[in-house]
Design a protein around this ligand. Structure first.
Ligand SMILES: *[C@@H]1O[C@H](CO)[C@@H](O)[C@H](O)[C@H]1NC(C)=O
Length: 765
């Protein structure tokens, strides 16, 4: 430890990308920009015919269609400018490393309290066993138990979830000491015990103790799992348990999920020495169940509302200085994450300005080629580091550690937070059963529907309401106050969740995000308009990457539709192969795709995975983002559509999960988004077939058509190739995961009418 007055060794280190790599990247990126600029130049000069006779002969093909060219120019301007925004995510990535031993050396005895919030909203879509595994994994953090509290917020107010938490409490009494004794990692039981075959014999005595204990704990776990699953299936809590535990009486006045009192139960309390000891006699973390009050006449503000109730209720019970927020499907995979996060907050030199520490979201069970681009490895391993280099990571709503006071709206101050502030201020008295009840009664009003009326909750305090991505919005408001955040991505992944396994789920989730990001764009925090002087330019650009998701759908749709249709009328939109203007196009296409492929491979992906990602990239933009855009605009104009927040299901049917394993795209059902995707796919197919026929019978000859419109034909061809799963889903699949006939009929009609109409239009040459 450093002597007084000296600056001690830092508790974390920040590395930048190595010089050679960075210079190469920057040079490359400048060359790409020159390419993009040349494309703009081409469009401009040809639009206004100021290219000075270089390519007179091109005008043989008739006049250029203004409409189509202006559209292309707009799309290309948008793409180019958006590409500039993405440079903020790559220009200056930083990588952080923590030194946890320094944390224990200096502060082991004055570590702050940490409150973990787990949010669940629907036991049908988020199975209680999954939620309980998440709860157990965070209860078992390698952190002093008397400073750790776990809160489960149940927005469904389900008795089954409460029952499962009771079972979890009993199981935890064995599980926590077991983890600590054998240094188990990770600490979610299902990661070890699901489908485990116990080794029968062993050469080592040590091992045989371990095997015995493992067998015992597995039996306990299996029993618990069976009981919870029985209760889940039957929808009923076993009668004897119900009568034995007073907590259930809170459901007596319960009428529905949307209409009930606050239900709050402190199941374990670190100061309740009688009941809160594990099997080894050690203290256990505090464990609390909360279902905030719901009344139909009050808006409940989804997860943001739940989080704000948790913030208030926990302030009465444990009041940890640090809050960790995890989704119920994101189990901890590393018992050290709390300490990792504290290395940032408690760093003597830089810690005081850090408002939150964000860990990445990772997924287990993603198939090799990641059909739905779940893995987001380029985001996790590259872009998020780039954003950190610009002044902070986005708050993504799970796996993030916050300082309580900043989340509650503390203004930025450059002052060093005296480190000894961290000591918990409350006294160390033990509390008794009655006082626990008293604490419960006192905390309940904090979770009531009316508590927030005429307060700053939801605007200045806690998570911000009214946005579909309340987390990103809240992070932005924190950044706007001057705080920074850091992105922590250790080798061993801190949180692991379940991936989405159908196309529909992914598209719905992405639509919600795009909507939320668009709301941010038009909010009072809007990164491009209102953040000037509050955020660094880099961070403004980072946020803009996401805010422009929804509007970006328009130029992309344009590029998927118009060039292909123009093929039918033989209107070239891009330079011919012999023109010098061909070079910038070829360079941008080639270099852009190569660099994206290299990025993808270097982040651990496969070539097929990259191709799948390109497909998802396209589908998200042409369906989710487009619908998000239309709905947001309608909402702004005062015509809100009822679309609601569909929670993405985390359970899959048997044969659907087999198809997932085989990487067969799962549509399963009809949705306007699928119709749109299928129409685009059919349209490109028709155009491609059309131009091929034309080329074969044309007097000019095949080669000449190709020469004239090579880029356009390639674009259309790639769109056809990437849509192969849709053609299969429409026409060739018999299983339940394909697309329904109605979608096939609709899309064929829409696409063919578009082709016929376009061919007949006169104002386009
Ligand atoms: C999760 O934790 C285990 C145990 O420490 C480790 O072996 C595994 O690599 C981790 N998973 C990931 C994806 O990092």
């Amino acid at each position: 430890m450093a002597k007084k007055g000296e600056i001690p060794y830092p508790m974390f280190e920040t590395r930048r990308a190595t010089g050679g790599w960075l210079i190469t990247y920057r040079l490359f990126s400048i060359s790409l920009f020159i390419g993009i600029f040349s494309i703009w130049l081409y469009r401009f000069s040809h639009l206004f015919n100021i290219h000075g006779g270089v390519e007179e002969e091109e005008d043989d093909d008739g006049e250029k269609s203004w409409v189509v060219w202006v559209g292309s120019l707009a799309a290309e301007l948008f793409f180019g400018l958006y590409w500039l925004l993405t440079q903020a995510l790559r220009w200056n990535p930083v990588f952080r490393q923590t030194f946890k031993h320094r944390l224990s050396q200096r502060y082991e005895h004055s570590l702050p309290g940490v409150d973990v919030f787990v949010c669940t909203a629907d036991p049908d879509k988020e199975p209680p066993m999954m939620v309980m595994n998440t709860v157990l994994s965070v209860m078992a953090y390698d952190y002093p138990s008397d400073k750790l509290s776990v809160y489960l917020s149940d927005d469904a107010a389900s008795e089954i979830t409460f029952y499962a938490l009771l079972e979890t409490r009993s199981f935890a009494k064995k599980w926590l000491p077991f983890c600590k004794r054998f240094h188990m990692e990770p600490r979610s039981p299902s990661a070890h015990l699901d489908g485990l075959c116990l080794p029968t014999s062993s050469d080592h005595d040590d091992d045989s103790i371990w095997i015995q204990e493992l067998a015992a704990i597995k039996k306990l776990y299996d029993d618990m799992e069976r009981r919870i699953e029985d209760a889940t299936k039957s929808g009923q809590v076993p009668r004897d348990v119900r009568s034995m535990h007073k907590g259930f009486s809170q459901w007596d006045a319960y009428s529905s999920r949307r209409d009930h009192d606050t239900i709050l139960k402190i199941l374990l309390h670190t100061k309740d020495s009688l009941n809160s000891k594990d099997a080894d006699g050690s203290v256990m973390p505090t464990l609390v169940y909360l279902a905030r009050e719901k009344r139909s006449q009050y808006h409940h503000h989804f997860k943001a509302g739940a989080m704000n109730s948790l913030i208030r209720v926990s302030s009465k019970i444990s009041n940890g200085k640090i809050i960790l927020n995890v989704d119920c499907d994101m189990a901890s995979n590393s018992s050290e994450s709390v300490r990792d996060a504290l290395c940032f907050f408690m760093d003597e030199e830089k810690g005081h300005e850090i408002a939150f520490v964000q860990f990445p979201q990772n997924f287990v069970g993603v198939t090799k080629n990641d059909l739905y681009a779940n893995h987001v490895q380029v985001f996790n391993k590259l872009e998020a580091h780039g954003s950190d280099g610009c002044g902070g990571s986005l708050y993504i709503g799970t796996g993030s550690f916050h300082r309580r006071d900043i989340l509650c709206g503390r203004k930025f101050s450059d002052q060093h937070n005296a480190i000894n502030d961290w000591n918990n201020d409350d006294d160390d008295q033990l509390i008794m059963e009655e006082s626990l009840q008293k604490q419960e009664q006192e905390s309940k009003p904090l979770a009531s529907c009316t508590y927030e009326q005429n307060t700053l909750w939801g605007s200045e305090r806690g998570l911000i309401y009214g946005c579909a991505v309340e987390d990103v919005m809240t992070g932005l408001s924190i950044h706007s106050k001057g705080w920074r955040s850091v992105y922590c991505n250790p080798e061993r992944k801190a949180f692991l969740g379940a991936p989405l396994t159908t196309l529909g789920q992914v598209l719905v989730q992405q639509k919600r995000w795009a909507e939320g990001d668009f709301q941010i764009l038009v909010s009072k925090y809007s990164p491009p308009w209102h953040a000037y002087g509050k955020l660094s330019v880099g961070l403004q650009m980072v946020y803009c990457n996401y805010c422009f998701w929804a509007p970006k759908s328009l130029p992309i749709l344009y590029y998927c539709i118009v060039p292909s249709l123009c093929l039918l009328k033989g209107i070239p939109l891009f330079p011919k192969i012999s023109s010098p203007w061909f070079i910038p196009f070829a360079y941008v296409i080639l270099a852009g795709n190569t660099s994206s492929l290299v990025e993808f491979l270097s982040c651990g992906g496969t070539v097929q995975g990259w191709w799948n990602e390109q497909r998802m990239w396209l589908y998200k933009r042409t369906s989710s983002f487009f619908f998000a855009f239309v709905e947001s605009i309608l909402k702004l104009l005062g015509f809100p559509l009822a679309s609601g927040f569909a929670i993405t299901t985390k359970v899959a049917e048997q044969d659907a999960s087999q198809r997932y394993e085989k990487e067969i795209m799962e549509f399963g059902g009809s949705s306007p988004m699928f119709t749109l995707l299928a129409t685009l796919a059919m349209l490109n197919l028709f155009c491609f077939l059309g131009v091929s026929m034309d080329a074969l019978i044309s007097e000019d000859g095949f080669i000449r058509v190709l020469e004239k419109m090579i880029l356009q034909i390639m674009l259309c061809g790639v769109l056809v190739l990437i849509n192969v799963p849709i053609y299969e889903g429409l026409f060739f699949r018999k299983d339940k995961g394909g697309l329904p006939t109605s979608v096939a009929i609709k899309s064929t009609i829409f696409a063919s009418s578009a082709c016929v109409l376009f061919k007949g239009m006169n104002f386009i040459t």
